[in-house]
Design a protein around this ligand. Structure first.
Ligand SMILES: NC(=O)c1ccc[n+]([C@@H]2O[C@H](COP(=O)([O-])OP(=O)(O)OC[C@H]3O[C@@H](n4cnc5c(N)ncnc54)[C@H](OP(=O)(O)O)[C@@H]3O)[C@@H](O)[C@H]2O)c1
Length: 382
């Protein structure tokens, strides 16, 4: 199995650090470590990988100098440096940046013909058409890291498109599964950050509590697999053992099962179609219980909002994602209630005019407009 040197964008995050565990197990070459801030975590990683180039998108010049001094080497700086890393030839780019900030790196990496192991689902949600076109034009590869999409990718391998009747995305239901809407007014960020299964970054954890994460994943699946929204379903599966499934026209189903361990789909995105040794302990079926239920779409309005934004197309998914990023930040900072997240996204979609999307700049213009509308709505309720 040959894996190109890794460019790890978002190295300090939940996916970033798990990618490094996988890279260590497989003895892969880590060429670049990139993050947003010149943090202590990044300094620690830089020391662990003394041959890797270190890049930060932001931070003050004083903070960057301090990082460079503490690790004894140069620190690249700015979004152009991140893009240059993504666009270097013959690299495997792991995009584990959180938010729409990751879009340009995905497109740049694909334009260079690289394989992209894509954790940054926002690339496909906000800029799906642009990403798909870069993929089709430049000969790169896009392998999903999201466990559900990795599952679908593997179930769909070798299957003709017209044999598929439905994609079924599973969802754990998050920490508030089964709760009535009226009990969710007062939930705190601490409660919402306590995910029953996954230990993830703050934005995706809150998105799992509101179910916007599943909303983003519906749109992600549409672009990755070219599947109509009518053929993408969501089912609640609290154990997160079945990572997703495909129903075929002949009544057969294929599902992808295993421990809920993100190192498994991360590793597959690096090695596919080859498979390396399991990064965790052996999974055994005896004693495993699998249950399934319909999502409560009235309490968790995010699913229907996402279907509507996906079907509307154009700038609507980018607006939805940007409004959600701002609303999640407002909730975590105590400026917005939990149910306010969904309200702010819905109202931002109503207020921002729909536009055609052809380029990354079009996406980012819609994203920026939505951010300011959402911020205004949050300020209005404070
Ligand atoms: N965590 C999971 O289990 C999981 C599962 C499936 C999909 N995903 C997806 O994977 C992505 C990352 O999630 P996460 O949970 O790993 O997030 P996270 O823990 O919050 O980490 C985000 C990473 O992105 C970096 N970053 C943010 N803006 C950046 C920029 N402009 N340039 C370079 N680096 C930047 C951060 O750097 P700093 O540390 O310096 O801020 C950090 O390293 C998200 O799209 C999420 O939806 C995550």
């Amino acid at each position: 199995m040959t894996v190109a040197p890794l460019v790890l964008l978002g190295a300090t995050g939940s996916i970033g650090t798990q990618t490094l565990e996988v890279a260590d197990n497989l003895d892969l070459d880590v060429a670049i470590l990139a993050a947003r801030r010149p943090s202590g975590e990044l300094a620690g990683l830089a020391r662990r990988y003394p041959d890797a180039e270190v890049i930060v998108a932001g931070g003050s010049s004083g903070e960057r100098d301090e990082l460079a001094g503490s690790i004894g080497r140069k620190v690249g700086h700015g979004s152009d440096a991140v893009l240059a890393a993504a666009g270097a030839r013959d690299r495997l780019v792991v995009n584990a940046i959180v938010g729409a900030a990751g879009l340009r790196a995905t497109v740049t990496a694909l334009e260079a013909g690289n394989r992209v192991a894509l954790a940054n689902k926002e690339s496909l949600v906000a800029g799906g058409a642009v990403v798909v076109s870069a993929l089709a034009t430049h000969g790169g590869e896009l392998i999903p890291v999201d466990s559900e999409h990795s599952a679908l990718y593997q179930c769909l391998a070798g299957e003709p498109a017209d044999s598929v009747s439905r994609l079924v995305l599973t969802a754990s239901g998050g920490p508030f599964r089964g709760r009535a809407r009226e009990t969710l007014h007062e939930v705190t960020p601490e409660e919402a950050l306590r995910h029953p299964i996954w230990d993830m970054g703050p934005r995706i954890t809150i998105d799992s509590a509101t179910m916007f994460n599943k909303g983003l994943e519906i749109i992600e699946a549409h672009h990755l697999f070219g599947t109509n929204y009518e053929l993408i379903d969501v089912v609640i599966h609290p154990q997160s053992i079945l990572h997703s499934a495909v129903e075929f026209v002949d009544g057969s189903w294929k599902g992808h099962l295993g421990f809920p361990d993100m190192r498994i789909p991360i590793q597959y995105a690096l090695t596919a179609p080859a498979r390396g040794p399991a990064p965790g302990s052996q999974f055994r079926l005896p004693g495993v219980e699998l249950t399934f239920e319909e999502p409560d779409r009235d309490t968790f309005g995010a699913i229907d909002i996402a279907y509507a934004a996906g079907r509307a197309g154009g700038s609507a998914p980018a607006v939805m994602n940007a409004a959600d990023e701002i609303a999640v930040e407002g909730f975590l900072q105590g400026r917005l209630g939990f149910l306010g997240i969904t309200d702010v996204v819905r109202r931002t979609l109503d207020e921002v005019e729909w536009r055609e999307i052809e380029t990354v700049d079009d996406v980012l213009a819609a994203d920026s407009e939505a951010r300011s509308v959402a911020a205004g709505l949050i300020a209005g309720v404070c």
